[in-house]
Design a protein around this ligand. Structure first.
Ligand SMILES: *Cc1c(COP(=O)(O)O)cnc(C)c1O
Length: 388
């Protein structure tokens, strides 16, 4: 029996295991010194001033929206080509969500489409309070242009970089927040580095940082300077806002610190795998991932787009043949607005045609640090055979 090849997989080594064991033997299990170390290490790596670790990127997106002041009557925009969490975070806040169709080359939210939609919305009085561009597949969005639109139209810019830690945009690491108000990372096992479940919000703005800290932990402060009236004594805390328990544990943070030491190695291997795929697949009737000159991708995903008009088989047949050959390919993403829940909110197929067309043709091939050349060759051969 040949081993099945997943589309993504974490890589855990002895150092990772030892670090977690050390935390188990220490005084802190939940949020403690390891969380602080992890926050400082990620902030330093990405080049951001502040970092707030949370128990998932979904939680991070939620409190980032809250810190931006998003509430009922407000509007959030994101890409339809993302995981549902990028839009759900707006609904958690009582806001409405809307989408901006994708760029046909990068599959990221289209800047031209964004500019047009902002212009139309200004006339209609429906401008968004928050826009969440998603660095799809690990490739940064065109943040500089989006930043200019944020200034012109006054929205808060939250970058969903769940796919993209370890990547770069122009001269900066993704997560530097040079062009965003906040950047959210995910440490789910399929992502670039993992803490099992976990996420982080990065920012260079102290006001947002203070809000994020409160919202992560019940809206409670122990800092007398932030209290209403005087502190009653050393035991005293106050709830000054309505927050959540979105804390990361020290067990997870220690794993994250250990994983972070290998992040450049992880991304370098993903780049090599991408180059090998590009080389092997370039003459097949499919589109390989486009690389924007401003971006160095972390390659969370390697997505091919089949030229279905030139093939004898459907995308579904090819997908199923690959699974039959032991290759667990995947599909990113089902356009969020076509999900039944979003259709109940009023969206319908046809609303964002480029994301929908892309969805008809895309397949995510296996892409992860532990994918060997031999395994990748099996994927390539199976794909060549399926496409024949
Ligand atoms: C994985 C992912 C999330 C959610 O991450 P969790 O850490 O699982 O909550 C959000 N947005 C995007 C684009 C993702 O890929």
């Amino acid at each position: 029996m040949m081993q099945r090849i997943p589309y993504a997989r974490q890589n855990i080594n002895q150092d990772d295991i030892q670090t977690v064991i050390q935390v188990l033997q220490s005084d802190f299990l939940t949020q403690g010194p390891a969380v602080e170390r992890f926050e400082q290490a990620v902030a330093a790596y990405c080049g951001a001033k502040y970092a707030v670790a949370v128990n998932s990127a979904t939680s991070g997106l939620h409190i980032a929206c809250m810190a931006a002041g998003l509430g009922s009557g407000d509007i959030l925009w994101t890409s339809p080509n993302t995981f549902v969490a990028s839009a759900n975070c707006g609904l958690y806040c009582g806001a409405t969500a809307d989408f901006v169709d994708i760029d046909p080359r990068t599959y990221n939210l289209s800047v031209a489409e964004l500019a047009e939609k902002l212009n139309r919305s200004r006339q209609q009085g429906t401008l968004p309070k928050v826009v969440i561009p998603v660095d799809f597949s690990g490739q940064s969005c065109e943040m500089k242009s989006i930043r200019e639109l944020a200034k012109e139209y006054g929205f808060t810019l939250i970058e969903d970089a769940s796919h993209a830690i370890g990547g770069c945009y122009q001269d900066n690491k993704v997560g530097s927040c040079q062009f965003s108000d906040m950047t959210v990372l995910s440490f789910h096992p399929v992502k670039i580095i993992t803490t099992a479940e976990g996420g982080m919000v990065l920012t260079n703005r102290e006001d947002l940082y203070e809000k994020l800290l409160l919202l992560r932990s019940h809206g409670i402060t122990r800092n007398p300077a932030k209290m209403v009236g005087d502190s009653h004594g050393p035991w005293y805390y106050q709830q000054v806002d309505l927050g959540f328990n979105y804390r990361l544990t020290d067990l997870q943070a220690a794993l994250g610190c250990s994983q972070l030491q290998r992040i450049d190695e992880f991304v370098a291997r993903r780049q090599v795998l991408a180059a090998r795929y590009n080389q092997a697949l370039s003459r097949l009737p499919l589109t390989i991932p486009y690389q924007h000159p401003d971006a160095y991708s972390a390659y969370h995903l390697y997505v091919i787009r089949l030229h279905t008009g030139k093939l004898r088989k459907t995308r579904r047949q090819i997908f199923e043949e690959l699974v039959g050959a032991g290759i667990n390919v995947n599909l990113h993403y089902i356009p969020v607005h076509t999900q039944p829940y979003y259709q109940r909110l009023g969206f319908k197929p046809g609303d964002f045609p480029r994301a929908e067309q892309y969805y008809q043709e895309a397949i995510s091939l296996p892409m992860y640090f532990g994918l060997t050349d031999a395994m990748q060759d099996r994927v390539i051969q199976a794909l060549q055979e399926a496409i024949q």
